[in-house]
Write a new protein. Structure first.
Length: 338
């Protein structure tokens, strides 16, 4: 009993001391030791951005998202717009290597053209992040869609829609040399290997061009009016694919599956109108945030450019008529630029 009383007194005394000490401690905050060097590692640094072209939802959205995240820390941006010209893009990358920005964000037109240049850039101490369409060189980071997954999911949807119908489908590819197109085609092939009943009546490259996609689809539909589905490789191009289907009076009868960045007017609105039956979104705002986060980490890490390499594959959002009206399925470029 005496022991219990003594213990209670000790505890009470300790609590009293804590109560006295607490106000004193509350007057003195702790300086977080890492935020200052973090800010210093970003301030004044330049991020150079080389898309395949500006002025469409993907590239504009990535740029707006990165700016929103990084400019408050004093990061500066340089844009070099090749406007779909691969040679101009290679010249831009070459020029930037000599200018030595801290980071280069690259949207490759194909797997080979920039590969050696990007390796050279990292050898020169420049971090390289590749977005959506990678090259044969694996740089510090890749942020983008898993194109094989996209090819598989789009094809699975088309195969399902063709059940009980003609089983005739068409594939509208992008540019044959682009990673996005080549990997998506592999995904298509993976699914078709399990479905020998499906007949591919056309598999042609439209080179990311809506007019070419429309012309290809028009010809295919004239030759195969009983076509039951189309696997397209990008919604910006497949606007032409869907237009040809509509002109033939087959909207709702020919299942059109595609993919894109998820911008409202180019994704949700087209699904709502019936132009697309499925649009797999790789969600540009999320990709932009992932790139910005990766840039922050690389610059603050002190790691040597090229010494670490990793990938961030985007979680896909399937857009169908069921969710095309939701506030989370798609995004607005104007909101990202605020």
């Amino acid at each position: 009993m005496k022991y219990a009383v003594r213990t209670a007194k000790v505890i009470a005394a300790a609590l009293g001391l804590a109560a006295i000490a607490a106000p004193a401690l509350a007057q003195q905050g702790l300086d977080e030791p890492f935020q200052k060097p973090f800010k210093e590692s970003l301030a004044g640094k330049t991020v150079a951005y080389v898309p395949v072209a500006m002025n469409f939802d993907l590239t504009e959205g990535w740029y707006a998202g990165m700016k929103k995240e990084l400019e408050p820390f004093g990061v500066k941006f340089e844009i070099r717009d090749p406007n779909w010209n691969t040679n101009a893009g290679a010249q831009a990358v070459t020029s930037l290597i000599s200018e030595k920005p801290a980071v280069m964000v690259i949207h490759n037109p194909d797997v080979q053209t920039y590969a050696k240049l990007l390796q050279r850039a990292e050898n020169e101490g420049i971090y390289v992040i590749q977005i959506n369409m990678g090259s044969a060189y694996r740089s510090s980071a890749f942020v983008g869609a898993n194109w094989i997954e996209i090819g598989e999911k789009d094809t699975e949807a088309v195969v399902k829609a063709c059940q009980g119908k003609s089983n005739k489908i068409a594939v509208v590819q992008g540019a044959l040399s682009a990673a996005a197109s080549a990997y998506t085609l592999k995904g298509v092939e993976n699914v078709l290997a399990k479905h020998p009943e499906i007949k591919v009546v056309s598999s042609q490259a439209a080179d990311w061009d809506a007019a070419k996609a429309k012309a290809i689809t028009q010809t295919v539909l004239k030759q195969n009016p009983d076509l039951c589905g189309i696997v397209g490789f990008w919604d910006g191009m497949d606007i032409g694919t869907a237009a040809a289907v509509k002109e033939a009076g087959l909207t709702g009868k020919v299942f059109v599956a595609t993919s894109g960045g998820g911008e409202r007017k180019g994704a949700c609105e087209l699904v709502k109108s019936g132009a697309f039956d499925l649009n797999l979104s790789y969600d540009v705002p999320t990709q932009a945030a992932q790139m910005a986060g990766t840039i922050k980490w690389l610059l603050s890490s002190g790691a040597k450019a090229g010494s670490i390499k990793g990938s961030e594959y985007t979680t896909l959002i399937p857009i169908t008529k069921e969710n095309a009206d939701s506030q989370t399925a798609c995004w607005n470029l104007s909101d990202l630029k605020k």
